[in-house]
Design a binder for this molecule. Structure first.
Ligand code: ATP
Ligand code: MG
Length: 356
């Protein structure tokens, strides 16, 4: 059960819906495969879900359970890895406050993911104070586990960069680590927090099913943007979604020459169709106008159903046993709290705020 000799891995998801194909290629696939070699902690960031869903607590509760079920169905093994709830880790909330003082406010507002989210989620200038606090909350989510590696999608890279900045600053200010220290040496030089590495998935930013935004960029697949294929979708739903997905808008009939680049149809084939030879040949025919969209879409539907259906079936079984899912969360949270509380003591000691 305990994997303390292994390097530690931390990552997770915000419960704002169920998990989709973007999560799989961006991060989940890596997590499933890394469980053997790493001591893994997977956070369900239910507090962060309130940044955009303050009036929907029941929905957040449901999504939290859904994500736990998605993890288990996708192959996260609770005997090796801890799945836990952010709201139950008091050390995260405490460290968020201390860390927020180590990041200048203008630096936070330069974070490109924050700007993208304000735009893509239509938050205008009505976002809450807590929304701006969430990247710092994420710094705390990560650092209280003092992990060696953090597998995430590309949109999280700016948050990880902030995590590295906060860790360096904390170690310099409170542990007297020399600012010229190499990132890899911070712990050896007396720092509390490691300067973490990311690991990007095989597809850093999977696009969604919808078309481009006003400036012509394809949006990423996202639970909040209604453009996702979920790991829980059944064959009919997958079929409907694929049949109506965005492809090449200039191609009106099968004999028109089609464009492969930036075409979600082919991005999905490249990412999920194991029959590489078919994909190669079909792309050529698409370019030359000798294959119909329907044939290309049917083959994609088959590939996606073959991948998703076993996960969906395991989900159905788990949904019947919520008591088991709850036990997994309780035990994972207890394990996570052991690590987080140890870090909190070390941090308070470094900050001369341990009085007893
Ligand atoms: P939300 O719309 O609520 O922000 P999301 O779909 O963006 O949801 P998150 O919970 O923010 O999902 O992200 C969880 C993890 O999955 C992160 O590591 C993120 O980078 C990764 N991820 C999410 N969407 C994609 C995608 N389309 N491609 C690759 N990785 C992704
Ligand atoms: Mg997101």
């Amino acid at each position: 059960m305990m994997n303390q000799h292994k390097p530690r891995l931390l990552t997770g998801d915000t419960p704002t819906g169920r998990l989709h194909l973007g999560h799989w290629v961006g991060s989940l696939e890596n997590r499933v495969h890394m469980q053997n070699d790493y001591d893994c902690y997977f956070i369900i960031a239910n507090v962060h879900a309130f940044t955009t869903r303050v009036e929907k607590p029941a929905e957040i509760h449901q999504s939290t359970m859904d994500i736990a079920i998605d993890y288990l169905a996708a192959g996260i093994d609770p005997n090796r890895s801890a799945i836990f709830l952010q709201s139950e880790i008091g050390a995260i909330a405490e460290m968020t406050f201390f860390f927020s003082m180590l990041i200048p406010f203008p630096r936070l507002m330069r974070n490109p993911t924050i700007k993208d989210e304000i735009r893509d989620k239509g938050l205008g200038d009505n976002y809450s104070m807590g929304f701006l606090l969430y990247p710092i909350g994420q710094v705390a989510d990560i650092l209280v586990f003092r992990p060696d590696i953090v597998p995430v999608g590309e949109d999280q890279v700016p948050h990880i960069e902030m995590t590295r900045e906060v860790a360096r600053r904390f170690n310099q200010v409170y542990c007297q680590v020399d600012p010229h220290t190499e990132d890899a040496d911070y712990i050896a030089k007396g720092g509390v927090f490691p300067i973490v590495h990311t690991k990007l998935g095989r597809s850093k930013r999977l696009v969604g099913l919808g078309g481009p935004d006003a400036s012509g960029n394809l949006l990423k697949m996202s639970k909040s943007l209604n453009n996702a294929i979920f790991l829980s979708d059944d064959a009919d739903t997958i079929k409907k979604k694929v049949m109506s997905m965005y492809t090449d808008p200039k191609r009106l009939k099968p004999t028109d020459k089609g464009t492969i680049e930036n075409n979600p149809l082919w991005i999905f084939h490249d990412t999920f169709n194991p029959d590489k030879a078919w994909v190669k040949e079909a792309k050529e025919r698409y370019r030359n106008g000798t294959i119909g969209d329907v044939e290309c879409k049917k083959s994609l539907i088959d590939a996606l159903v073959a991948f998703i259906d076993p996960i969906r079936r395991r989900r159905l079984e788990l949904e019947k046993d919520l008591h088991y899912v709850q036990t997994v969360l309780r035990e994972g949270t207890a394990r996570a709290n052991e690590v987080a509380n140890t870090t909190l003591l070390l941090a308070k000691e470094a900050m001369r705020q341990r009085y007893f």
